[in-house]
Design a protein around this ligand. Structure first.
Ligand code: GSH
Length: 233
């Protein structure tokens, strides 16, 4: 059994989608990031960067294995189950390139853009425009990659698609139309059609935010410093 530390956000969906695609048994442990669960010492022992998603794999020889960072989790699970990732050295290299691209580019740029769209004072335009442009640039990279491929790695759907898709799913909600990225539009629809993807995105939907964050939630989510985890412990 896998313990899955999760909250329904694009970063959480990457792993819920993969777990659903694999059809493995998992036990969801909600990490309410608005309430500050990400700073609890027991969670930090699993995820030292106080971010979800994280997993603990109990189906191993010896002590259970804790894994944090979505890219590492997805690589670990794909390798363990021998699915959704090529096995030849060049194919593995390409998988790693696109996983690193997502966690180092598309994810953070979209995440910061979302922050400026949803939470920053409206007069703050420098940060908003900086991340809007970077997100736009990443969509262009993805569109070019998909020009002559059905999926990011080629003909086969893989963890590279699962990790990138959630941050493209929410493009329109963030005010970024996709019309100028026709290959991304085609790919986004093909991935969305998969029943496991729908199940992954629906996981914990009852916890999704329906209103702007309260003052307490803003205190937990924003203005974090190196001392925050200590103060909360
Ligand atoms: N690079 C990390 C990013 C994870 C991340 O940023 N998770 C957010 C939710 S989308 C989180 O846990 N936020 C808690 C906080 O901001 O305090 C990954 O890909 O796993």
């Amino acid at each position: 059994m896998i313990d899955f530390y999760y909250w329904p956000t694009p970063n959480g969906w990457k792993v819920s989608i993969l777990l659903e695609e694999l059809g493995v048994a998992y036990n969801t442990i909600p990490v309410n990031i608005g309430q500050g669960d990400q700073f609890k010492p027991e969670f930090l022992a699993i995820s030292p960067n106080h971010r979800m998603p994280a997993i603990v794999d109990h189906e191993v020889e010896g002590e259970p294995v804790a894994i944090f960072e979505s890219g590492a989790i997805m690589f670990y699970l794909a390798e363990k189950h021998g699915r959704f990732m090529p096995t030849d050295p060049l194919g593995r290299k390409e998988t790693l390139e696109w996983l690193f691209w997502q966690v180092g580019n598309l994810g953070p740029m979209a995440g910061q853009y979302s922050h400026f769209v949803n939470y920053a004072p409206k007069e703050e335009t420098y940060g908003h425009d900086r991340y809007k442009n970077e997100y736009h640039r990443c969509l262009g990279v993805l569109d070019r990659r998909l020009e002559d491929r059905a999926f990011i790695l080629g003909d086969e759907y893989s963890i590279a698609d699962m990790i990138s898709w959630p941050w493209v799913l929410i493009a329109k909600a963030m005010g970024q139309p996709l019309d100028e990225f026709p290959n991304v539009v085609r790919w986004r629809a093909a991935v969305k059609d998969r029943p496991a993807v729908q199940k992954g995105v629906d996981l914990g939907k009852e916890f999704r935010r329906s209103a702007p964050p309260s003052e307490d939630e803003r205190k937990n989510l924003f203005n974090q410093t190196a001392g925050t985890a200590e103060q909360k412990a």
